[in-house]
Design a protein around this ligand. Structure first.
Ligand SMILES: C[S@@+](CC[C@H](N)C(=O)[O-])C[C@H]1O[C@@H](n2cnc3c(N)ncnc32)[C@H](O)[C@@H]1O
Length: 271
């Protein structure tokens, strides 16, 4: 199935290339996605077990509510109208403390479908600050999609924290798809703020070390990142790892793309 949220860096367009690297019996294996976002790969393969995680706690609250209380979520979100004044009123509400889990999830769904470009962006105080987006008749509540996602999510463990948990969660023979915030093209490139915490080069190194450990445990992984010198340097020369450059350009600003950085690189230990 398709993801139920739009997410910056969403991998719907690359699902074929990514799952093409998986072993043929991937449907039988436990699957882990520690940088979940919109979870395009998870929803595509519809795994029967494993774990999902994202450092954004409001995002993971959303999926938990989808899993455990889908009817209440649908009912709550159906009360919200697509209208500019209503948007700003609900955006303010989303930034208040003390919301119920269902209300917070319903507001996140509404904002995801009506915010400019479907972006999720917060300011330094952690307040969601994306302006109203203009759409023709946007679907805010896709009931069938939510109910289907709810059934799928029952199979997996939901977490919200740093990606490093996966070294303990994954067992030999499991499959893991890692999609971190991409390393930027240059130090000055203005890259997307996925959450309150940025993802530094030190985090990219920590992630590379985790891949080495996963490999040591016999866990199969595919990782995606930007095709840049820095990323290639991180992964080159590791026994059993290979890099697969993709030729399709990502939809990013032409200013950044012109530095030859608009391409994705997949890294995997699957033969
Ligand atoms: C490129 S997006 C993933 C997109 C996803 N594959 C999809 O198809 O929609 C990267 C995600 O990593 C999350 N993230 C950032 N730092 C993290 C960390 N240290 N641990 C876990 N998740 C993190 C962000 O919140 C963001 O949702």
């Amino acid at each position: 199935m398709r993801p139920i949220l739009k997410w910056a860096g969403g991998k719907r367009a690359l699902v074929g290339e990514i799952t093409g690297l998986f072993p043929r019996d991937y449907g039988e294996r436990r699957f882990h996605e520690p940088f979940f976002g919109g979870g395009a790969v998870f929803f595509h393969i519809e795994p029967r077990g494993g774990s999902i995680n994202d450092i954004n706690p409001r995002l993971m609250n959303f999926y938990r509510v989808v899993r455990d209380r889908p009817r209440e979520l649908i009912e709550e979100a159906r009360r919200y109208r697509y209208d500019e004044d209503e948007y700003y009123r609900l955006r303010d509400r989303f930034n208040l403390e003390g919301l119920t889990e269902v209300e917070e999830a319903a507001l996140l769904l509404y904002l995801n479908k009506t915010a400019y470009n479907g972006l999720y962006r917060v300011n330094s105080r952690g307040e969601f600050n994306v302006p109203f987006g203009r759409y023709r008749n946007p679907t805010i509540v896709d009931e069938d999609g939510i109910l289907r996602a709810s059934r799928l999510l029952r199979n997996v463990e939901l977490r919200s924290g740093d990606f490093s948990y996966v070294i303990d969660a994954a067992e030999e023979g499991d499959l893991c798809y890692l999609d971190p915030p991409y390393h930027p093209a240059s130090e000055t490139a203005n890259f997307t703020d996925y959450s309150e915490s940025g993802f530094s080069l030190a985090d990219q190194e920590r992630l590379r070390d985790l891949c080495v450990d996963l490999d040591g445990k016999g866990v199969l992984f595919v990782l995606s990142n930007s095709d840049t010198e820095a990323v290639r340097r991180l992964y080159q020369g590791i026994d059993g790892f290979r890099m697969i450059p993709l030729r399709t350009r990502r939809a990013i600003s032409s200013k950044v793309a012109s530095r030859d950085s608009g391409y994705d690189l997949l890294i995997t230990n699957i033969r």
